[in-house]
Design a protein around this ligand. Structure first.
Ligand code: KIV
Ligand code: ZN
Length: 505
């Protein structure tokens, strides 16, 4: 019989913990809606006690997302579990996920306690969590470096206490594939009551083995995979959702397993997460990289033309890469544009559609063909995730090899036009100094990156910036055929987020 594997998505918790991937509440909700479309079984929405912002995000997701189980993380402590339970109050389907470290190194140096005390804390936490909800997940943090017989002992106890899912994290991505598979097999054989619960794999990618280890776990009896979109996460990241899902789908002959994921939503989900977090997907990334389905060499192209399967193991349409080549350009009207937007999976309000259509027309006047990626970039740019406290009205730059770069910028704020001019070391520096002057503070720019949406010198340029306010990072992105205009928009988008959401995160 084909085994059903649950997909537990932790993009909004473990993924969001990675440097520079923080999201605000509205962005998390947008990702959660898309995860629901994608068909994940469980959404880990955050770590309720860690901040007011995390708590509010879980609560918001719990109020809006109805099909997947919404999960909230808690250490094995009463106050954490209280916060997790409160954050889930409005959820239709809810899970509390409690964890404690089980490796000697963590018990001795981090928790400064004894293995017996760890078992006691785990059991008490599971019992306490059970007083709020029935669906309880227990994780043995750093299971990858824990004593296997200690794991058998603690896991058997938490099942007795009421845990319904047991998770075996390779927290530091230390295990090799054979070893991790053997560990899952050992636990399946030794833990009492294991067949009455779900067994989950949670593999970090420090040695690049996240996907391989998760599949070894499935092969040896695990029934749930924990993963993130694009593999984002602490250090080298978590197991990538798109990789495990497509491996299970493509090799069902060998793995004899299936998931409920609607694989056609994979590309859209990947792009959404990449746009929102500002973390680019490397071109050769499996499944979702720009080159994942590109065939460059003559021999491969010849093979593909004769029979696709010669060099293609996945049909690109299966992951949502559109093969519908309806090209739209300057003669396309609002109707064709709106159809295209729907085909790309966006559900825009009339106001958002109007804004995006105006931008599309401006672009189409300059560019013969407007690609799907251009449209996605316009939409990402126009559908704001923060109120526009400052919006760009005008930017003009004087620059060149014999000139001191100077920017003149006009912004609209509270319906008033404000303007200033500044010089800088380069044109971007001049623009940013001018904007700093207009918003009345020196912004701490942490990161600036630029890339072109498509090929060609008439491509849209996409700029992503990260700015810091105390210990919080805010991401802004902007696109335009003029990279300096894109730079100004990205900076303002980040500033608007900082001013709107700074105090709640
Ligand atoms: O990697 C890890 O150990 C975790 C736990 C909190 C499940 O993310
Ligand atoms: Zn983790």
């Amino acid at each position: 019989m084909i085994k059903s594997i649950k997909i537990f998505d932790t993009t909004l918790r473990d993924g969001e913990q990675s440097p520079g991937c923080s999201m605000n509440k509205e962005e998390k909700l947008e990702v959660a809606y898309q995860l629901e479309n994608l068909g994940v079984d469980i959404i880990e929405a955050g770590f309720a006690i860690s901040s007011r912002g995390d708590f509010d995000s879980i609560d918001t997701i719990a109020r809006h997302i109805k099909t997947p189980v919404i999960c909230s993380l808690a250490r094995a402590r009463k106050e954490d579990i209280d916060a997790a339970a409160a954050s889930l109050e409005q959820a239709e389907n809810k899970r509390i996920h409690t964890f404690i470290a089980t490796s000697d190194i963590h018990i001795e140096h981090k928790l400064r306690t004894t293995p017996d005390k760890v078992i006691q804390m785990a059991v008490e936490s599971v019992k306490y969590a059970k007083s709020f909800v029935q669906d309880i997940q227990f994780s043995a943090e750093d299971a990858g470096r824990s004593n296997w017989d200690f794991l058998v002992k603690i896991l058997s106890e938490v099942i007795k206490a009421g845990a319904t899912t047991l998770n075996i994290p390779d927290t530091v991505g230390y295990m090799t594939t054979m070893e991790y598979g053997n560990l899952i097999k050992y636990l399946k054989e030794k833990v009492s009551g294991i067949d009455t619960v779900d067994l989950a794999v949670h593999c970090h990618n420090d040695l690049g083995l996240g996907t391989a280890n998760s599949l070894a776990g499935i092969y040896n009896g695990a029934t749930q995979i924990e993963c993130t979109v694009n593999g984002i996460g602490e250090r080298a990241g978590n197991t990538a959702l798109e990789e495990v899902v497509m491996a299970i789908e493509t090799r069902k002959d060998f793995l004899n397993s299936k998931t409920k994921i609607n694989t056609r939503e994979i590309m859209r989900t990947s792009r959404l997460v990449s746009n929102i977090t500002g973390s680019f997907v490397q071109p050769n990334k499996s499944i979702v990289g720009a080159n994942a389905f590109a065939h460059e060499s003559g021999i491969h192209q010849d093979g593909i033309l004769k029979q696709k399967q010669t060099y293609e193991i996945i049909d690109p349409e299966a992951v949502g890469l559109s093969q519908n080549n309806m090209v739209i350009g300057k003669h396309s009207g609002r109707h064709a544009f709106s159809d295209k937007v729907k085909e790309l999976g966006f559900d825009l309000t009339v106001e958002e559609l109007n804004k995006a259509f105006k931008r599309f027309k401006q672009l189409a006047d300059k560019k013969k063909e407007v690609s799907d990626r251009d449209i996605e970039s316009i939409i990402a740019d126009e559908v704001y995730h923060a109120p526009e406290i400052y919006s760009l009205e005008y930017v003009q730059i004087v620059a060149g090899n014999t000139t001191r770069p100077t920017a003149c910028v006009q912004l609209i704020s509270e319906e008033k036009l404000i303007e200033a001019a500044e010089m800088g070391a380069g044109p971007v520096d001049a623009i940013y100094k001018t904007i700093d002057k207009l918003v009345g503070q020196e912004i701490d720019l942490v990161d600036f990156s630029i890339h072109s949406v498509t090929g060609g010198t008439d491509a849209l340029g996409e700029v992503t910036v990260r700015i810091r306010d105390e210990d919080k990072l805010f991401i802004g992105r902007g696109s335009s055929m003029d990279v300096l205009v894109a730079s100004a928009k990205a900076y303002l988008a980040a500033i608007n987020k900082m001013l709107s959401f700074g105090s709640s995160r």
